[in-house]
Structures are given as C-alpha cells and as structure tokens.
Write a protein that binds this ligand. Structure first.
Ligand code: SF4
Length: 296
C-alpha cells in the first residue's frame, strides 16, 4: 500500500493566522475570559484545544454577562454586519480574525449594492460565511446554492427587468459549479453582469489537487470537520473520481473495517480541509502504517 498525502492538505493561510492570533489573544489576556462568536474554525480538534486554552464560544453577544470591555474574537468566516455595531454599543473589544479574502467580499458586495447592482451570491445558504456576506448586500440579493434554483432566479431577474447584476462566490464554493452557474446566467439574463470569482486561491488549488489525486488512487481519505464546507467539497469531488472515499474528523474515526479495506488498496490518497491540523493528518497516516506492519 502506497500513501500519497496531498501537498495542499491542511491549514490555509487564513486559518493559520486566525489560530495563531486567537492563541496570542488568549495568552495576552490570561486573567479574563476570551469569547469567540461561533467556532473560530470548523474543526473539532482545534476547537477542543482552544477551549482548553480558555476560549469560550458564544452564538450571540447578548450571552456575555457585563459585556463592557470584554474581548470577543470574530471567526475566520466572518460575521453579519450588525455584530460590529452591536459590539460598539456594548463596549466590547473585537479582535477581528475574519480572513482577508472574506473581508474583500464584504467590501465588494457593499460597494456594488450601493451602486445599484442586484447581488447574486453563489454559496451555501446556511453557512456562516454566506450569511455574513448576505448582511452586507443590502436588500437586493439572492443566494444560489443549487442548479435547480437557477431557473426561478433567472425568471425573477428577467420579469423584474433588473438591469445590473453583480455575481460573487463564497470563498469555498465549488469552482466547476460556479463557472456553470455563471455561464447559464450570462446566457439567459438580459442585463449588465459583472462577475468576480472570489473562490479563494487556497480552495481552488486544493480542489484541483483533490481532483487529480482522487483519479489516481484506489482509496481516498478526506480529513476534516463535518461542519467544514471546504472539507465536504473535497469529499464530493473525490466521490466523482474514486469508488472508495471516506471522510473522517481524525484518526480515531478510522474503524477496523475501514482499515481492512484501505490496507488492501494499492494506492491511498489523503487530503485534508483548510482547518485540519497537520497532527490529524500524521495520525491517520501513522495508524495505517501501523496496521500494515501488524499484518505483515
Ligand atoms: S479557505 Fe480561503 S477564505 Fe477560507 S480562511 Fe482559508 S484562505 Fe481564507
């Protein structure tokens, strides 16, 4: 059994910086509780470790007792616009760790909304990043997640005679899907259309490598948090190219049955999401290698 680990597996720059800065913030303020609005990153291994260091996750600023002068970290995916105003009113110190790629999207949609463009956000409706982005779009926007929604949205735009459209993507959106949706809209909508492909570079190159890797292996292991949008996409992409694909959060989730199947494969590929620590990748590899040694 040969194991190939994707070169792009694991932390992207945005996540790396967010974790480092969160740790520095906790360390600097070791007397007080540091809060984070939502999970800093969508990885349970990292979140457990930050919890042990003292970070407390909240879902709403109103959960903080006596909020004045308290410190709240904003997660890498960003938050809704109103949080900044609410924090100011409550006297909360915000440590904004929103990834710069996400901040660019917030600025762009705000700018184009002010210029009178109707905004189309290609992204997962329930994902924190998309919800945050939508809050910067004003009133005239729609989120497109699946192909089935396109027809209704195109009919809506044409019937309302919307003249200017601005299209943007969630940073972790599937590149093929984005190109396909944009193409359909450009062909069927009679309006001026500006497109900004805001899928981040780290996501794009990771997806490209996953396509290549999953084509040449017999078994593909995707490591990452179940809530992680980019990890789920890696799983979907791999399923298109490889018959045997599993998604796990860490080595502990590798069952005896998985291991039996995996070690009987010639080539095994490992890819990991943007918030998966190197340690989780190494532990999976070590567990497989140990199983091979035990069997021979
Ligand atoms: S995946 Fe891209 S947008 Fe998301 S945190 Fe990483 S670099 Fe930033």
């Amino acid at each position: 059994m040969k194991i190939i680990i994707g070169k792009k597996a694991g932390f992207c720059e945005g996540i790396k910086i967010a974790i480092e800065k969160a740790e520095q913030t906790i360390e600097k303020n070791d007397e007080e509780i540091i809060y984070c609005l939502g999970d800093l990153v969508h990885n349970p291994v990292i979140m457990k470790s930050l919890y042990q260091e003292g970070l407390r996750v909240i879902n709403n600023l109103s959960e903080i007792e006596n909020p004045n002068n308290k410190t709240v970290i904003i997660r890498a995916h960003g938050v809704i616009k109103q949080v900044y105003e609410q924090a100011k009113d409550l006297g909360i110190n915000l440590v904004d760790l929103t990834c710069p790629n996400v901040l660019v999207i917030h600025k762009l949609v705000e700018e184009y909304a002010q210029k009178g463009y109707y905004i189309l956000v290609m992204g997962e409706r329930q994902h924190a990043e998309t919800i945050g982005t939508a809050s910067f779009c004003g009133k005239n926007y729609k989120i497109i997640e699946e192909e089935q929604q396109l027809k209704n949205i195109i009919n809506y735009i044409n019937s309302k005679k919307i003249e200017k459209i601005f299209i943007i993507a969630q940073t972790t959106f599937n590149l093929d899907k984005f190109n396909k949706f944009v193409n359909t809209i450009q062909n069927e909508v009679n309006a001026e259309i500006i497109v900004k492909n805001t899928i981040c570079n780290a996501t794009r190159t990771r997806q490209e490598e996953t396509i290549e890797l999953s084509k040449k292996v017999n078994y593909m292991i995707i490591i990452g948090g179940r809530k992680s949008s980019n990890t789920n996409k890696l799983y979907d992409i791999s399923c298109n190219n490889c018959k045997n694909v599993i998604m796990i959060e860490d080595a502990q989730e590798l069952t005896k049955e998985h291991i039996e199947e995996i070690i009987n494969s010639d080539i095994v590929g490992i890819m990991a999401g943007a918030s998966t620590p190197q340690k989780s990748i190494e532990e999976v590899k070590a567990k497989l290698e140990k199983a091979v040694v035990n069997i021979s």
